[in-house]
Write a protein that binds this ligand. Structure first.
Ligand code: URA
Length: 441
């Protein structure tokens, strides 16, 4: 077999056999096939697509490039969640302790931010003292004792995806449905949980710009999960405005804490309840989404989820008190340019502006400033008066402040009429399509 022949075959739009895909993945990980050939193949996949057998073969090759975690020594129902990446998406920080307070066990390997999207590990690391690298023995012990553990992805988990993802990032080959599906599902399958909910973000601040693309990705991921014997449900959710009001690591932790204390922005709370209720249904802990939402809302409002957060963060060495979070020296308001209604808050620009302020990672070796970011004072549909603060920029980077300010200014569209309300959950795949019960989907 030769890599060049496989590239040629895909370039012509022909279906590869699993052995050819395994040959490329294994050869790449072992350093026998160079970046340029794999990059050419990835571009051919982006342009020509892959069939379901090819996507399943790629997923399996990725999974078997490293270790597959065995969670069977941890008692109870083990669950996982994943988001395809967005702006202001701090749901894991709320959902992980919330689900644990509902009696599920959450063992989650999370990633870091790249580009305009945030990453859970960077958010967690804003918490003073927290450890996000733990041995497997420590992970198992904490999962048994506390019911929740969130750590960085271990080096040995799907190493092929790590290498391929970096190459895709540098060769404009990220936004391909089969490549994203195989990348996400290989990591979820290798991480070992039996049931998972996937949050596929749709819109301006997401890799999937249209609902049709997001639907297709969701269907492929559900199929891959089921083939691997996992229960999978997908929610398609809006990323047409940032989730909640905070964008930036410590700022997002603070917002997650508010939500765990029964307050917090409505959209963040609602999304956590939807994702959580879906998992309660998948695992047989609730007979309907309504029942699941009610159980979880009760745990937020009673303080039980907040207690679990403190136990979890404390177990990983962190200080759970939000007053201990780092704060930026500069907090600059940005005013509304006109009176009217907020018609649009473009997530991508808000994410990029937060990155300029220091919250993100433009390159893999950059260390984000945990205190930097943006807090919005308004949401889509709100009425504003000219000069009123639309939000606040938090930073210590005075040099990039003007550029970031201009960027958030461009993110907002203010108009004379209120926009049509938008649904937060745009669709479901894998649970009952009506969203009101659970069945074979
Ligand atoms: N998230 C992933 O883990 N992989 C992708 O390819 C895209 C988003």
């Amino acid at each position: 077999m030769r890599a060049v022949d496989i590239i040629e075959k895909k370039k012509q739009g022909r279906e590869l056999v699993p052995e050819e895909i395994a040959f490329l993945v294994e050869g790449y990980v072992q350093g026998e096939i160079p970046d340029y050939q794999v990059a050419a193949w990835l571009m051919a996949v982006c342009l020509r697509g892959m069939g379901s057998v090819e996507t399943a073969a790629l997923t399996q090759s990725l999974v078997h490039s490293g270790e597959v975690l065995d969670l069977s020594s941890i008692p109870g129902v083990k669950v996982d969640k994943h988001s395809t990446g967005g702006v202001g998406d701090k749901t894991t920080l709320v959902l992980a302790p919330l689900l644990a307070s509902a009696g599920l066990t959450v063992v989650k390997m999370s990633g870091r931010s790249l580009g305009f999207t945030g990453g859970t590990i960077d958010k967690l690391e804003a918490i003073p003292g927290i450890r996000t690298r733990m041995s497997w023995e420590e992970v198992v012990a904490q999962a048994r004792r506390v019911g929740v553990v969130v750590v960085g992805q271990s080096e040995n988990l799907v190493p092929a995806d790590k290498k391929l993802y970096a190459l895709r990032d540098a060769t404009a080959t990220v936004d391909s449905v089969p490549l994203i599906a195989a990348s996400v599902m290989s990591k979820k399958i290798a991480a070992g949980a039996g049931a998972m909910v996937l949050d596929v973000k749709v819109g301006d601040g997401a890799f999937m710009r249209t609902e049709a693309e997001a639907q297709e990705l969701a269907k492929v991921m559900v199929h891959l999960g089921r083939e691997a014997g996992r229960q999978v449900a997908v929610l398609l959710t809006s990323m047409d405005e940032p989730l909640g009001t905070a964008v930036g690591n410590a700022l997002e932790v603070a917002e997650a804490v508010e939500t765990l204390q029964g307050r917090g922005p409505d959209d963040l709370r609602a999304l956590c309840l939807e994702l959580g209720a879906t998992l309660l249904g998948l695992t047989g802990r609730a007979v309907s989404l309504d029942e699941g939402r009610g159980v979880l809302a009760g745990l937020l409002d009673s303080g039980a989820a907040w207690d679990k957060y403190r136990e979890w963060v404390g177990a990983q060495g962190g200080d759970p008190d939000p007053a201990a979070l780092p704060a930026a020296p500069v907090r600059q308001p940005f005013p509304a340019p006109a009176t009217g209604y907020v018609r649009e808050i473009r997530s991508r620009l808000v994410g990029q502006a937060a990155g300029l302020l220091g919250a993100g990672r433009g390159r893999l070796d950059e260390v984000p400033d945990p205190a930097a970011g943006i807090v919005l004072a308004v949401k889509r549909g709100d009425r504003v008066e000219e000069g009123q603060p639309l939000g606040y920029l938090h930073t210590r980077r005075l040099k990039t402040l003007p550029e970031a300010t201009e960027m958030v200014r461009c993110a907002f569209a203010i108009g004379p009429t209120a926009p049509e309300p938008q649904a937060l959950v745009r669709g479901r795949v894998g649970a009952d399509a009506s969203g009101e019960g659970f069945g074979a989907g």
